[in-house]
Design a protein around this ligand. Structure first.
Ligand code: KIV
Ligand code: ZN
Length: 500
């Protein structure tokens, strides 16, 4: 059987996706997700399993009444009550299923093959009599004995099923096995065949594509790969994979994948892994100098396709592999241009921070760059800190000891304070000159988080001179060291105006 030129996307985020451990969507959340999936362009929305609860029924009724372009489907076991529960709540499509593998029939259903087949046929006939589109699934189909699977497909299509879905319920297929199985099943399946893959071996997308390659005309998917256990085939991966590898089209507007993914992650409270294909934060992020250089010259050097195609953005990330190209490009987004030597200083600082485990975000990079750009002369001319320690803890007086080189002479001093920063600043002042007065000390966190960069501003005066005030700024992750850095800068400036 040949590969179709287009397939239908059957989205089950609101059913199999809601079976993701820890996910429980409110009615409003379900409605919002259904609307988004409809705008995205999926063909069928499996809105839930109505027989499971009152709340599920209300949500399905509401979604069915929205007048969406997509067909709204309800899941039903092969039972007339389940089918009524779906149809009576307004769906125009019923997905009915029964397990057909030996293990499931023996241990779970405790039914014979004949009983299972009779129940399936009755359910399909009954659902057809209720005037809806009927899709039938042999649950655990890929582990069902092949001849029986074919027998089931023939029986339910005879009974009037519009489509037959083949679930890889436990995700145990490989792409090659899927190609074989679908080719076999296609020999007897005359209605459109659908595929439903779980990701227990990380093969759900590949297996879905294999099924389509051999003739499946519909794929069951969940946004962000949500679903039971390791999840279902991810909508975004299947849609992009079909396009890229098989030239098979869907009605999905790929440019909406990014925002749909983010909203689904927010509403389900299941974050998208950073490195998730297509929609993860890192999917179009570049850190290493070599990659950034390449991508800036021609994105195709390190991007499989353009982020805009899936509604994502390229992101140049600052880290320990960062090079001058990344920093320059990132700063240019903020209209900041630095001369070469200052750019190198920023790169050095970013690398050092990254090596100590601190990621530098945009706000922090801009602050670093502004700080470095503001330092007219980086090397201090009058004072240099040679040694520094501070002791602090519970029930001890914070004490600091410093050794400072003041115009070529070493001065050592210890002092105490009400905290480690106060002790450090006092020790520095006593080593350099008691005539220095602290006018102002200001501490700002540049961004949130316990590892955020902080910015310290220190303002100093020489006693008796009200006219001249000297300012020093420091940026870093350690408040004490950053404060010392800012104080040393302010002292250096003060000493260039005053003799001690
Ligand atoms: O994985 C599965 O077998 C299912 C069925 C309900 C089709 O989700
Ligand atoms: Zn499933």
């Amino acid at each position: 059987m040949s590969t179709p030129s287009s397939v239908e996307i059957f989205d089950t985020t609101l059913r199999d996706g809601e079976q993701t451990p820890g996910v429980a969507l409110s009615m409003d959340d379900k409605v919002r997700i259904a609307q988004l999936l409809d705008e995205l362009g999926v063909d069928i929305i499996e809105a839930g399993f109505p027989r499971t609860s009152q709340g599920e029924q209300e949500a399905i009724r509401k979604i069915s009444s929205l007048g969406l372009k997509a067909k709204v489907c309800g899941l039903a076991r092969c039972s007339r009550q389940d089918i009524d529960s779906a149809v009576d709540n307004g769906v125009d499509y019923v997905h009915t299923f029964i397990a057909t593998s030996e293990g499931h029939m023996r241990h779970k259903l405790k039914m014979t093959r004949e009983e299972v087949k009779a129940k399936a046929v009755d359910a399909v006939e009954y659902a057809r009599s209720r005037g809806v589109t009927v899709e039938f699934s042999c649950e655990d189909g890929t582990r069902t004995e092949l001849d029986f699977l074919k027998e089931m497909h023939m029986a339910v299509q005879e009974a009037g099923a519009h489509k037959i879905n083949l679930p890889d319920t436990v995700g145990t297929m490989s792409p090659a096995a899927m190609e074989y199985l679908v080719s076999e099943v296609m020999q007897v399946t005359k209605v459109p065949l659908s595929i439903h893959c779980h990701d227990d071996f990380g093969m759900a997308t590949a297996n879905s594509l294999s099924a389509v390659r051999k003739g499946a005309r519909q794929v069951h998917v969940c946004m962000n790969g949500l679903g039971e256990r390791a999840g279902n085939a991810a909508l975004e991966e299947v849609v992009m994979g079909l396009l890229a590898f098989l030239d098979v089209r869907t009605n999905v507007d790929t440019r909406k994948l990014g925002t749909t993914s983010k909203t689904v992650a927010r509403l389900t409270s299941i974050p998208v892994p950073e490195n998730k294909a297509i929609v993860g934060n890192n999917a179009f992020a570049h850190e290493s100098g070599i990659h950034v250089h390449g991508v800036l010259r021609d994105p195709s050097t390190y991007e499989a396709f353009s982020p805009e195609l899936v509604g994502m953005q390229r992101n140049i990330v600052m880290g320990k592999h960062t090079g001058a190209h990344s920093v320059k490009e990132k700063l240019s987004e903020y209209d900041i241009t630095l001369p070469e030597h200052q750019l190198e200083d920023v790169v050095e600082k970013v690398k050092r921070l990254a090596e100590s485990g601190k990621e530098v975000d945009d706000a922090e990079l801009v602050a670093l760059a502004s700080h470095i750009a503001g330092q007219v002369e980086k090397r201090r001319r009058h004072v240099e800190l040679k040694e520094f320690t501070v002791f602090t803890g519970m029930n001890i007086t914070p004490t600091s000891t410093v050794v400072v080189d003041v115009d070529g002479k070493l001065a050592r001093s210890s002092n105490v304070g009400i905290g480690p920063v106060d002790a450090a600043l006092n020790a520095i002042r006593s080593a350099v000159s008691e005539n220095i007065t602290l006018v102002e000390y200001r501490l700002n966190a540049i961004t949130g988080g316990s590892d955020a960069l902080c910015e310290v501003t220190v303002k100093l005066r020489m006693n008796g001179d009200q006219k001249v005030m000297s300012v020093g700024k420091g940026i870093g992750t350690d408040i004490v060291l950053t404060s010392v850095d800012a104080a040393m800068e302010a002292i250096d400036r003060l000493l260039s105006k005053h003799k001690i």
